[in-house]
Write a protein that binds this ligand. Structure first.
Ligand code: PLP
Length: 466
């Protein structure tokens, strides 16, 4: 399997190179040159398999000959063995044809563990083989950071630097990052918003000298391996509900468009999906795009679903690449328009036969949905999941297709909103019960690229050993 950049000007890479690189050198993102195909029989054969084994089967074609079948199966078993539920991503039922896919049973209680637990092992395997080190630099709106830190803590080949917007992540989210005291873990609170953090990470990737000197790698959802790992649960959920012989719909709480893009990838691989709903909070650039054809930046508004407080969704470029007939030059032009003019538009009719639908959920409705879900289905959900449930309800076309809403975080990660909506304080699971007593370590830096870069240069071990 070979990977090409969405802007058409970076070298074609194999899986190993793509995982260790992240962002392409032309500023684009790597995507598979072709989509591997699963026939209906291949999909039916997933029924009854463990999640780890299904992951090994579904993902093998993406690896090319970089990792042997046996090694990869061992990695998926190890990665998903860290989850607190035997089904890894269990489905629960909310209504006659409404389901929740609980993606929050990993070590940091958000869906990002599903991809990052595997990515941590991929780094070990690929770097160990070459005796190399990398410096991971990432931006987080809350959940990526803790999941990435948890996946990389204590690993010899990896130093990890995570930027988060100071004061704009929940206390649980912050503590999940800053209480990890391993010496290879570096938390940086930036005096800015998430888009500032993300822009700095992009700038560091585009500084080729910095990037090469530190062997910088990305764990943000721009890393192909993350999107790839998320493809699996669309298949396993659909098979549990009668797929591939019955199309299933999904509603996906979205920010950076990584999770919902994985659903799109599953459909391109042959999974029958009825509707793929992009659910956003007030920061609704994505739902505006799918409803109007216009992709236009606005300022970021803080919400009670902070992991989706994003305006420029990195992975959207991957979808745009397909929409533009895989013409890198065209994607490059549109992204330049986004930078210089704040947006671009495509003919709405061109979105007619894509499987995406979209909707927005405001703050009041998010709280109302948390309250109503507890009342109607005896289930406590977090604010991100509530956004998904609301859009599942309002943007659904076919009542007969089972609707699976992705539950992206455990309610205890966002206790304030859950308590406000229901009066119930969601408890952290036992293994995290003392989170608020643990010691924290982080630095706070101004919203300036040079300040962040010099902090990284000062602390990255790769510069000591080389
Ligand atoms: C990251 C995150 C999202 C958004 O996922 P994207 O892949 O960025 O679209 C939604 N909910 C939670 C809880 C998250 O952590």
């Amino acid at each position: 399997m070979r990977y090409v950049s969405t802007r058409g000007e970076a070298p074609v890479l194999n899986f190993e190179e793509v995982v260790l690189t992240g962002l392409a050198r032309d500023g684009g993102l790597y995507v598979p040159e072709t989509w591997p195909q699963m026939s209906k029989d291949d999909i039916r054969a997933l029924a009854g398999m463990s999640y780890a084994d299904a992951a090994a089967v579904i993902l093998q074609p993406f690896l090319g000959d970089c990792i042997s079948k046996e090694d990869f199966r061992e990695m998926t078993r190890k990665a998903y063995g860290t989850f607190a539920h035997k089904a890894v991503v269990p489905l629960s039922q909310l209504g006659p044809n409404d389901f929740l896919m609980e993606l929050y049973h990993g070590p940091t209680l958000a869906f990002k563990d599903v991809a990052l637990q595997l990515l941590g092992l991929l780094y070990d395997h690929l770097l160990g083989k070459q005796g190399k080190k990398v410096t991971i630099v990432g931006a987080t709106s809350g959940d990526t950071g803790s999941a990435a830190i948890e996946a990389c803590r204590g690993r010899d080949a990896v130093d990890i630097f995570i930027l988060h917007p100071a004061g704009r992540v929940s206390e649980v989210q912050r503590r999940q990052m800053t209480t990890v005291l391993d010496s290879n873990v570096h938390n940086i609170a930036v005096e800015g918003d998430f888009d500032d953090c993300q822009a700095m990470v992009k700038a560091m990737f585009n500084d080729h000298d910095f990037r090469d000197r530190l062997a910088v790698s990305a764990v943000n959802s721009i890393n192909w391996a993350r999107v790839m790992a998320q493809i699996v649960y669309y298949f396993t959920a659909a098979v549990s509900l009668g797929g591939p012989d019955r199309p299933v719909s999904f509603s996906v709480p979205s920010g950076n468009f990584g999770d919902v893009y994985a659903g799109y990838a599953a459909s391109r691989m042959g999974l029958p999906i009825d509707q793929l709903l992009v659910a956003t909070n007030r920061n609704d650039i994505l739902s505006r795009f799918f409803n109007t054809g216009e992709y236009r930046k606005a300022s970021v508004e803080p919400t009670i679903s902070p992991s989706m407080d994003i305006q420029v969704s990195s992975n959207f470029e991957r979808f745009l690449f397909d929409l533009e007939g895989r013409e890198g030059a065209q994607v490059k032009q549109l992204m330049a328009d986004l930078d210089t003019e704040g947006g671009f538009a495509v003919e709405l009719s061109r979105l007619n036969d894509c499987i995406f639908g979209a909707g927005m959920c405001d703050e009041k409705t998010t709280l109302e949905t948390i309250r109503q879900t507890l009342k109607d289905s005896a289930k406590l959900v977090d604010p991100h999941t509530a956004v998904g449930l609301h859009v599942a309800d309002t943007a659904r076309k076919d009542e007969k297709a089972p609707m699976v809403t992705l539950s992206t975080a455990h309610p205890a990660k966002f206790p304030a909103a859950v308590k406000e909506a229901t009066g119930v304080h969601p408890d952290l699971p036992d293994h995290m019960a003392d989170l608020f007593e643990r010691e924290e370590r982080m630095v706070t830096l101004p919203n300036e690229l040079e300040a962040v870069k010099s902090h990284i240069v000062k602390n990255a071990r790769i510069l000591e050993t080389n």
